[in-house]
Design a protein around this ligand. Sequence first.
Ligand code: 5CA
Ligand code: ZN
Length: 414
Amino acid sequence: MRAWKRPDVPQLDGDGRPPVLYDTATRQLVEARPEDVARLYVCGITPYDATHLGHAATYLAFDTLQRVWLDAGYRVHYAQNITDIDDPLLERAAATGVDWRRLADEQIELFRRDMESLSILPPDDYVAVTEVIDQIGRATRLLVDRGLAYRVDDDIYFDNAAAQEAAPWVLGEESSLDRATMLALFAERGGDPERPGKRDALDPLLWRGRREGEPSWPSEAGEGRPGWHIECSVIALMHLGRDFTVQGGGSDLVFPHHEMSAGHAAALSGHPLARVYSHAGMVAYRGEKMSKSLGNLVLVSRLREAGVEARVIRLALLSHHYRADWEWYDDAIDEASTRLEAWSAVLAGERTASLGAEPAREERAVVDRMRAALRNDLDTPEALRVVDTWVATHPSAVSDLVPSACEALLGIRI
Ligand code: 5CA
Ligand code: ZN
């Protein structure tokens, strides 16, 4: 699929280094050092009720990661999926009487517009599940042939136990959760632990055989449609290869989605899916996780229609650490506007007054501090405070270095 327009990212002088990121699998901070190209996969939307601030916060976290890599001189290869066929999308389409394809297309277009307005770096490969049905069917068939998947009626399930023996995978979360918790999360997040005929209640669906009234496609796995986790394994392997640098998404995807995607990828390739598993915290609104199913949504597009500047939304989101769970309050808009005004008052003047001049030592120090904050597990709140302090001291700036750093590292063009 077409992605969206890429924002400019000025290249700063100096020696950026790769960031340290919290890895969900090993539960520690690890250096996210690419080989030569940084390969990143971030789970994309299921296209209905897009784009709420939770989505935006998660994609902004991985946008920041890319900006740190780019600043460190790495090339980035970024892939993202679109879950444009899945039960929740079909249920919404049925409930509203809209054709599922039309619903998906409209929501994908809205998401593109929102991402572009927020200056989020687009993926190089933006891949809808419906574009890779053949490859997913083939991968499913391969797993059946290898004895790592089995049929229940016309459906095909992944055999967790057999696969764990054949190609062990470690995300870690599975072993740290007790079985009752896993079963509850599995049921809550698209799984079917009660389905009779499964070898284990936690075995996930790879392929759903054709049902009357549901869209389906012919494939090597039979007529039907893909299960959820396998889509991300196949799209990531196709576009990034095995053992890529970072797998990302919100923390609601740790189990079962990323656990199972890692398992499928190991079973298919014999290698780990990724080196680092990175997860953004959940954004809440009115006391609960912002979610399509609850309907407590603040949409980027609604804020924009109400006249809120995209840079203000971006700053409001960046003022929280990506790994924290936090709650959106409507006054966040005022706080971020005040900040943007303060920055603009000093930095915008600086830029026009002194284009082309050599940066002063103090300006370099500000940029060093911003870089250090972001390298430290993407500490955007600290990076914003660094700029606040610089602005508050009424610097006698001589160059456009600090505004360029705001644009390159934070995506805020002054
Ligand atoms: N299509 C699947 C991933 S393959 C999916 O989870 N889609 S989604 O539309 O539900 O979510 C898209 C992304 O936003 C995921 O990374 C998800 O973890 C993240 N996300 C969803 N709700 C929130 C929230 N309230 N706060 C932060 N991130 C969220
Ligand atoms: Zn995914």
